[in-house]
Design a protein around this ligand. Sequence first.
Ligand code: NAD
Length: 487
Amino acid sequence: MTAHPRFIPLVYGNKVLNEGSDGVGQSVDPSTGAVIAEFARAGAAEVEAAVAAACQAFDNGPWRRLRPFERGRAMQRIAALLLERRDEIARLESTDSGKPLRDAYWEVDCSARFFEFYGGAADKMHGNSIPLGPDWSDWTVKEPIGVSLHIIPWNYPLQLIARGVAPALAAGCSVIIKPSAETPVTAYEFMKICQEAGLPDGLVNLVNGRGSLVGDLLARHKGVDQITFTGSVETGERVLVAAASHAVPCNMELGGKSAQILFADADMDKVLPIIAGGFLTHCGQVCNAGTRLFVQRSAYDEVVSRLHSHISAMTLGAGVDDPDMGPLISTRHMQDVERYFDVARQDGDLLMGAEKPNAPALAGGAFVRPALVVGAGNDTRIAREEIFGPVLTVIPFDSAEDAVRMANDSPFGLVAGVHTSNIAAALSVGEKLRVGQVWVNSFGVGLDVEFPFGGYKLSGYGREKGLEALAAYQQIKNFCVHHPMPS
Ligand code: NAD
C-alpha cells in the first residue's frame, strides 16, 4: 500500500512514528469528500510511550529549569513561525475543516496571538506575600501542575491547541495533544513548528487516534496531571469520569446555545450583520454561536425579514474559495443538521435551510443552507439543543425581564449578546445573564485572547484565555517561615 502524500505520524519524545497499533485513519476535505491526509492511529502501547515521554520531559527535561523569560522567548518563536507559515497553514486548515479561508487566516493569527500573549506572561506569574505579623514570613509560589492533556474538537483544530497549550507551556508544564480524528492536519504542522522553535523533546507530544480509545486511555492515565477538554457535553462527561478515576482537575469547555437579545432601539444596520455572523460563522459550528435570537416584539417582523434577505444571498462553496459559508465538517454531521430541519418544522416554521443546495460544484460536499426558525417557543427542542449548524431560532419578547428569563432558561450558559442603544438597559440585562461572557452591541472583537472565556451550567467550567487561564496549569505552594529574633 502506498502512503498518502500527506501522512501524519505520531510524535512523542524524540520519536516520529509512521505506524500506530490501531492502524491508519483518513481525513477528508468536507467540501468534496476527497481524502486529503492519512494519519497513524495510536493504541495502548503508544499512549503509554507518549505519557512516559511527557513525564520524563516534565521531571527531568530542561523546560522547567529555564528562566521564565527564556520559556517566553521560545514561545515567541512559535508565534513568529506560525505567522511566517500563515498562508500554507491557513490553506491546510481551510481544506481540512471546511472553514472559509478568511476564518482560517484568523485561526492562524489567533494561534500566534496565544503564544505572544502567554509567552509575554511567562515571567510575570507572581505569587503573594501574606502578612502574619512579627517573626513570621509567608509567601506563595506558582509551580507547573505537571503533564497536561489537551483533547481537541474539530471546529478550530489549531486555535484550540494554541489556546490551551500556550498557557500550559508558559506555566512550565509538558503537554500531550489529542486532536480530533476529523481534523488532524494542522496539529502536525504545529509540532514541526515547536521543533523548529527549539522546544525540547517530549515537551509537546502528538497522539492521534480514535477518541473513544486513545482519548479515554489518555484521560485515565495516572501519568496525566491535568486535562483540558473542549468538545461536546456527552464526551466531556465521559472524560470527567475518566479523570475522576485518578482525581485530576479538568478544564471543561463544552457546548452552547447562546442567546442574543435585540431591543427595538438598536442600530439595526450595525447589529444585524453582527447577529447574522454570530450564527453563520464556520457554518454555525462554533461553541459560542448565538443561535437563539430574542427580539423585542415591535421590531420582530422587520428583523425576521431582514435576516431572511441576508441569508438568502449567502454564497456556499469550498472553504479555500472563501465563500460566505463553507461546508459542515462531514456528511454524517450534515445528516444530523438536516434532521434538525425536521425538528424545526415540528416545533415551528422553517425559513430556508431545507432546500438542498444543488449547484454541481457543491456535489459531494457536506453543504447546507442557513436556516431561520420562527414560531417555536423557547421550550422546544429546536430552541434548547445545540445543533452545531447554521440554524437561528427567532423568538419575540415583550419586556426586558421576559428576555432575561428566556435567555437564562437554557441548559447552557456560554456567552450572550445584548443589542440596544440604551447602555443602562444593556448593563442591567447583562448583569442578570448566567453566562461566562456578555457582548454589548458586538459579538467578538477578533483576536480576543486577552479576556477570559468559559461557561456556566452545561457549557462547562474553568476559564481559558486571558491571565485567568494560567491557573489551570499551576499549583500554588505556600511557604511559611517562623524567624524569631535570636536571643
Ligand atoms: P466531541 O465531543 O465529539 O470530541 C471532542 C474530542 O474528544 C475529540 O478529540 C474526540 O476524539 C475526543 N473523544 C471522543 N470520545 C472520547 C472519550 N471517550 N474520551 C476522551 N476523548 C474522547 O466534540 P466535536 O464533535 O469534536 O466538537 C463539537 C463540540 O465541541 C460541540 O459540542 C461544541 O460546542 C464543542 N466546542 C466547545 C468549545 C468551547 O470552548 N466551549 C469550543 C469548540 C467546540
